[in-house]
Design a protein. Structure first.
Length: 262
């Protein structure tokens, strides 16, 4: 059973962002006008982030390191508490697990496409993490009350698979319905942690964050058998991932009008 598809995940994330903007906008209309520098704000926001990460646990036996990008929609309350949704996607993970496509290779280790030519194909790992988050912002001395140390935790789902990028002629064995016998699709339940610095500038125009994100998951293979090795992946697995990330934040709040002095 195919639990999650990357294309559907991206479409869902786009819809999430639009819905969040509409909901947040209705709340901001009645919000009390405050300044970033002087007061802790109630601030709905959306953000995008990216970085680099590496796999651990059973996932580290399949993939090494790669890139990360994602987006989220959260609310910062005046008390400093945070809540919201987050989605992260890993891409370009270097394949480490032996045996992938081994039954399709020639004795010299090449893969032949439908036209009888040597296939130009790239194998890598991809993953998607979707979590419901909660956390707390701890303001630091000498900073405005909307900046400081951010500690977050979340729970949700994760999936990962082997991705095949073929830039030339088609390969029948790597198309449906045979693809599922090679992609190692795996799904499970994950917990996420983030610790980093959260910054809201006094003028509200420069808003960013950076820190360390970790996730751990208990996952199960979603394919009955791997065609290349003729083996069944056993579960549950203990997968993990660690990354360094930087993000840009788009706050949705009503700033105070500038004061004029005679």
């Amino acid at each position: 059973m195919r639990w999650i598809l990357d294309r559907k995940a991206v479409d869902s994330l786009r819809c999430l962002g639009l819905v969040w903007l509409l909901l947040a906008g209705s709340q901001v209309a009645s919000a009390q006008v405050r300044t970033v520098r002087d007061s802790a704000l109630f601030s709905p926001h959306i953000h995008v982030q990216g970085g680099l990460g590496t796999c651990s646990g059973d996932l580290g036996l399949r993939f090494r390191s790669g890139g990360v990008f994602g987006a989220g929609a959260h609310v910062k309350f005046r008390s400093g508490w945070y809540a919201g949704l987050n989605a992260n996607f890993a891409f370009g993970l270097e394949l480490k697990e032996p045996g992938v496509l081994s039954n399709l290779l020639t004795p010299s280790g090449q893969l032949i496409d439908n036209e009888g030519q040597v296939a130009l194909i790239t194998l890598s790992g991809r993953s998607g993490l979707f979590t419901l988050d909660g956390g707390k912002l701890f303001s630091l001395p000498g900073r405005n009350p909307n900046s400081g140390l951010l500690v977050m935790a979340g729970v949700g789902s994760v999936h990962h698979r082997v991705h095949f990028e073929n830039t030339e002629n088609p390969i029948t064995q790597l198309a449906d319905p045979y693809l599922s016998g090679y992609d190692r699709l795996t799904w499970g339940v994950a917990v996420r942690e983030f610790v980093g610095y959260w910054h809201m500038s006094d003028n509200g125009l420069v808003n960013w964050f950076g820190g360390v994100e970790l996730w751990q998951a208990r996952t199960w293979p979603q394919r009955p058998m791997n065609f290349d090795t003729q083996q069944v992946d056993e579960g549950p697995r203990q997968d993990g991932f660690a990354s360094l990330q930087l993000g840009w934040v788009f706050h949705i709040y009503k700033r105070s009008a500038p004061e004029h002095w005679n």
